[in-house]
Design a protein around this ligand. Sequence first.
Ligand SMILES: *Cc1c(COP(=O)(O)O)cnc(C)c1O
Length: 244
Amino acid sequence: MNEQLKVGETGSEWPQVAMGLREVKARMAVAALAAGRRAGGVMLVAVSKTYPASAIRTAALCGQRDFGENYVQEACEKQAMLTDLQLVWHFIGPIQSNKTREIATHFDWVHGVEREKIARRLSEQRPTSKPALNVCLQVNISGEASKSGVAPDALDALAAQVEGLPGLKLRGLMAIPDPGDNPQSGFRQMRALLEELNTKGHALDTLSMGMSGDFETAIAEGATIIRVGSAIFGKRSGKKFYAT
Ligand SMILES: *Cc1c(COP(=O)(O)O)cnc(C)c1O
């Protein structure tokens, strides 16, 4: 382990988080270089759902800035314990319309927008004291009716609607490929969709794709944001766990 990362010196209870973060960062750099990309060109969102504020603090002390959460109440409780840190919060879970106000107030990014109604509420409820909320549209690349996300042929219209909302800044696309699918073909499809939208006049710079099991493949296919949880924090137990 590198001398710069003596976990005991931070008083941390989470040495495995420091180790996991270093390992994921190194794997990201290797994957980027293998794809002919700059090693620092991919943003890591550390998915801290179910892990307590103390684990997030450890990651922050190791230099991690962006964190992803799926549940609004859990996220807000942890954020309240970390107000002394300058962190960037990404909402990556399903968005219920009765939660949009809290999401618009407490997050910097929302990755799973798939309906105009939700986008409009987020825009209206974004505090005017804050910059526009960064938004990605979730795409249903597996094509199953039951899956969440926008159908690829409806993306252009939804993108145009979101771009018209003053409280939001449309950044790009997000996907969660089906575990059974070949992730590489899904990621490749996502990149093609982003390029297609940009040739139609949109100006999108973000592909949010890749998790613990497939982030290297996602980087090879052009991901600009990966969302990684268990490879950093450890395997999540089934039950919610976020007491400090
Ligand atoms: C939980 C979650 C992740 C992280 O998953 P890991 O497999 O733990 O890396 C990424 N994206 C979304 C949308 C998630 O819900």
